[in-house]
Structure formats: C-alpha cells, structure tokens
Design a protein. Structure first.
Length: 277
C-alpha cells in the first residue's frame, strides 16, 4: 500500500517489523492534536499549570477509558490510519480494538520505571516467538516531549537496554510497538511540565484468548460517551467493536431501526443501502 497521503507508510511498517517499533512524528494534524488535548484536559487530567494551581489535585471526571463523550478523543482512538496500519501488521482485515486509555505524568511526582514487555498482560497464552504479530500497541504523545519529560524508551529488537531510543518528539506523534518490544518510561526530571498520553491497542478477531476490553458498560463504558461514539462512527469503526459490516444478516431492518432508537444520530444509511431499502 502506497500513497502520497498516507501517514503510516510501508516503510514505517517495515521498520516496525524489523526493530519492534516505529516512531512517527507529527502523525496527527494540528487540529486533531488540539481536539484530543481539549478532551484530555477536560475529561481526564488538567494541564500542569492548572494542576499546580489547584494544589496538585485534579477536579476532572478522570474518564480514563474509551469511549469518551468527546469527538476529538474518540477520533484519534479509531483513526483510519491506525486501522490501516493494524491491518497490515496483523495480516488481516478482521481486527478489533482491544485497548484505549489515557495517562498523565507531571513534574514533581514520583513514577516508577523499569524495562518490560507487554506480552504477558495481553494474552492468556504461553510465551511464544516474538515474530507472531498478534497485537499492535499505539502510544500517542499529545504534547511535545523533551528529555526531561519522562519519554518512553524503546529497545530495538536484539539490542541491549543501553541502546534504547527515547521518544523525544513534537506533540501529535505516535509510536507503534509490539507487545514483545522491551520498553520503559524515563524519570521525570524537568522542573515543570506534563506528558499527556494515550494507549490504543488492536488485535486479531480470531485470537479470543488474547486480552482486550469489550467496551460494554460492564467494562466501564459510559452511556453518553458510547452514544456519541455510535452516532459518529463509520461502519468500519463499528467493526472494531465487533459489529459486522453492512450487508451482514445481522443488519435486518428491525436491527437497524433498534440501533437508531438506542443511539440517536446513528447513521443507518450504509446499512439500509446494503439491504436495498
């Protein structure tokens, strides 16, 4: 797959497969970045200046998990370019969203750090060879990350931890990495500042033993947030939550109408079109 408008190229994917990660600077447009930050600061954690002014406390709702009642955050979670990258890495169109959560670090706070891999907490299966690309992790940095702002460090495949690459990047950058890639946060040594981040994960639908959130209310989803996502999602984005594409027998007229009733604003047109109604 090639194209002048692609933000994640085949060269990026080749780098990921060779070294276990790839860092893509300026992945988000400035409008996408600002929209995500707006949702982040409003629903999850305040900026450093607001945090300090409030006595190092947060008055936000601390909405950690996808979906959010905010279009900017939902959009970057299921960004079309991330979906395309996941399809290429996982070798199939049959993928699902398995993770979406936010994280914040502030200057002046103590955070643990240590090199590790994420394989063990993303599957019920045994340790296997790391060339089995069954899970893609995407780590967003919404604001600029300098050396002192606890950049995540990624260890290239086959290299020692001393050769870890810090994710010192402009805001709106993303790192794609494997659950077999060793990585660690760096100490937060700057006197001031913050590091707002998001983790997004994709896995294959045919690997039910690999972990992942269901995004139902039992797993912490909020009604108003899911309603917003359902009203704004494309059919392809709904597939990431387990729904089949338009034309599948599930999408009967009655099912389509019931979805529209449950989620005001739900775009039923693609499903009616596939039915010929």
């Amino acid at each position: 797959m090639k194209g002048c408008d692609m933000r994640i190229t085949d060269e990026h994917i080749a780098t990921y497969q060779r070294q276990g990660f790839v860092i893509i600077e300026h992945f988000l447009t400035e409008a996408e970045r600002q929209a995500a930050l707006d949702g982040f600061f409003t629903l999850f954690a305040p900026s450093y200046d607001e945090y300090v002014a409030n006595g190092r406390k947060s008055d936000t709702e601390r909405q950690t998990l996808f979906p959010w009642d905010h279009s900017g955050l939902n959009h970057v979670t299921v960004h079309p370019e991330l979906i395309g990258a996941a399809e290429r890495v996982l070798g199939t169109r049959e993928i699902r969203l398995c993770e979406g959560h936010l994280g914040m670090k502030y200057a002046g706070e103590d955070y643990g750090a240590g090199f590790h891999i994420d394989y063990g907490n993303n599957t019920l299966g045994p340790i296997i060879e790391p060339d089995d690309f069954m899970n893609l992790v995407c780590f967003y940095c919404f604001d600029r990350v300098d050396d002192g702002l606890a950049p995540i460090q990624m260890v290239p495949n086959g290299r020692p931890e001393e050769e870890a690459v810090p994710m010192v990047v402009p805001g709106g950058s993303v790192c794609l990495y494997s659950v077999f890639t060793r990585h660690s946060a760096s100490p937060f040594t700057a006197d001031r500042g913050h590091r707002p981040a998001m983790w997004v994960g994709f896995t294959r639908k045919d690997r039910g033993w690999d972990g992942g959130r269901t995004f139902t209310y039992k797993s912490g989803a909020r009604g108003e947030a899911m309603g917003r996502f359902m009203a704004e999602a494309t059919p392809r984005q709904l597939e990431l939550l387990g729904f089949p594409p338009p034309g599948d027998p599930l999408w009967s007229t009655s099912f389509i109408e019931a979805m529209a009733e449950r989620y005001p604003g739900f775009d039923s047109a693609p499903y009616h079109h596939a039915l010929g109604t």
